[in-house]
Design a protein around this ligand. Structure first.
Ligand SMILES: Cc1ncc(COP(=O)(O)O)c(C=O)c1O
Length: 457
């Protein structure tokens, strides 16, 4: 009989709680600062943007937080997601390694993002919020929140980075189908957008600018609208831990334990979702899985950025956090992994990398697409360009195991499919895709504009 390749859980195995890594963190949390005063923020300041339940989750120290039944009910549309052993990829690479991936692309919108979108929409609805605002880069986050707001009867305004709005009309149409309003950012709807457009009418936008617009709309709505973020924050990463909790059970079904756990990182949420439950096992259960976060050489916030206090957005309206950053006025190169273009990184993940608990590597665009095509040909699923970064490193690990004649168990997060990203594949397949390394001088220059926070960095 051929080997088993799909490890499935039943709906009754759906996790009942999220895992809050802060409870077990060996590094103390760093303060979140007010962007105007540089003093630690109060829940009152944050309550302009977020409902109190999410603010409490942001600072929670309990290890587990119950997932509300209403959220689990919607999770059941696509969870538990499959764990797949990629035996055809193993064969194609002729490697003794065993390669597993957790397939988050089976959600209705095609990525892991609904895991937190559904939770955030639920807590906003419960708090009486009528409408949400958010930004989106590649469109995966906007699609997920559009789906979630539709389920809970909330209105939604999405500020979509202009270059993606133009390159990805199908993502826009998907969001509109669920009932959201989409604007190409920078817009003339906000004061900050108008300032940017005055300086540069052709500005193609950035995630930092779109965040500023979405935050401004919520902050000036006199309480009618709240803001929702798809990555970076503690509560967002925590909502994603259903991925890792399921994967732990599924690896058990497969009778193996990963030597290495891999995920791509934009703001850190899909990686943390898979890796933090494995980090808990490292910290508390004597396991020794290597945890590897993968970023593009074009936006190398962990591998080349500074670990310091910086604003979360370009307009300096969002709170200041300590993180790996390329500077809040970072203008991202037009790489094809739109979801990995953020200037910063989740504070928790930044702290764990700094403490040596998590490794980070960066990979180039062409090698990334080469890995994506190898994977698609072997396993059939076309990955999102973001996901392909994780696949590159999973393949490199498998080839390294082959070179050393080792059996290695590799687990990576398949964070999304690339069905709306085929234009990027077209550029790669036609030989026009170029590698890009973010220049060290640009990082140096951006460091001059960091907030002058009087806190030990
Ligand atoms: C498919 C996919 N993977 C990964 C990411 C990166 O985000 P994060 O690091 O928060 O998981 C994105 C972001 O949009 C995405 O769409």
């Amino acid at each position: 009989m051929s080997e088993q390749t799909r490890f499935l859980l039943s709906q009754s195995d759906l996790p009942k709680s999220w895992y809050n890594v802060m409870a077990d963190s060996p590094v103390p949390p760093t303060p979140v600062l007010h962007p105007g005063t540089f003093e630690p923020v109060t829940p009152d300041f944050l309550s302009v943007l977020f409902p109190m339940e999410l603010i409490m989750q942001e600072i929670a120290t309990d290890a587990y937080i119950d997932i509300p039944e209403e959220v689990r009910d919607i999770y059941k549309l696509y969870r538990p997601t499959p764990l797949i052993r990629a035996t055809r990829l193993e064969k194609a690479l002729d490697t003794p390694a065993h390669i597993y991936f957790k397939n988050e692309s089976v959600s209705p919108t095609g990525s892991h993002k609904p895991n937190t979108a559904i939770a955030q929409a639920f807590y906003n609805k419960a708090a009486g919020t009528k409408a949400l605002t958010t930004e989106t880069g590649a469109g995966q986050w906007g699609s997920a929140l559009s789906l979630a707001c539709n389920f809970f009867g909330l209105d939604l305004e999405v500020y979509m980075v202009k270059v993606s709005y133009q390159q990805k009309p199908y993502r826009r149409i998907m969001m509109q189908t669920y009932g959201a309003e989409i604007y190409a950012s920078p817009t003339d709807r906000t004061q900050f957008g108008r300032i940017i457009l005055e300086k540069d009418p052709d500005c193609s936008g950035s995630l930092g600018i779109a965040i500023s617009e979405a935050v401004e709309v919520a902050a000036t709505s006199e309480g009618r609208k709240k803001y929702s973020l798809g990555s970076v924050l503690n509560h967002v990463l925590m909502h994603q831990t259903v991925i890792g909790e399921e994967a732990l059970k599924q690896m058990d079904l497969a009778g193996e334990y990963p030597d290495v756990v891999i995920g791509c990182v934009g703001g850190g949420s899909n990686f943390a979702g898979l890796a933090y439950p494995f980090l808990r096992q490292n910290l508390k259960d004597g396991q020794r899985a290597r945890l590897v976060a993968v970023e593009p050489t074009a936006t190398p916030s962990i591998t080349k950025g500074a670990y310091t206090f910086d604003y979360g957005d370009t307009a300096k309206m969002a709170p200041i956090v300590k993180m790996h950053t390329l500077g809040h006025d970072f203008v991202p190169p037009a790489i094809h992994a739109g979801g990995l273009r953020y200037h910063g990184m989740a504070p928790s993940l930044s702290a764990f990398c700094d403490a040596g608990l998590i490794d980070a590597v960066s990979v180039k665009q062409r090698a990334t697409f080469e890995a994506a095509v190898t994977f698609a040909k072997a396993e059939g699923i076309i990955p999102a360009p973001e996901t392909a970064h994780a696949i590159r490193v999973a393949i490199d690990e498998a080839l390294d195991a082959k070179a050393k004649g080792e059996k290695r168990v590799i687990l990576f997060n398949f964070s999304g499919h690339g069905h709306f990203d085929l234009a990027a594949y077209d550029v790669y397949l036609s030989g026009k895709l170029e590698d890009y390394e973010y220049p060290a001088e640009a990082i140096q220059a951006a460091m001059e504009n960091l907030p002058q926070v009087k806190m030990p960095v």
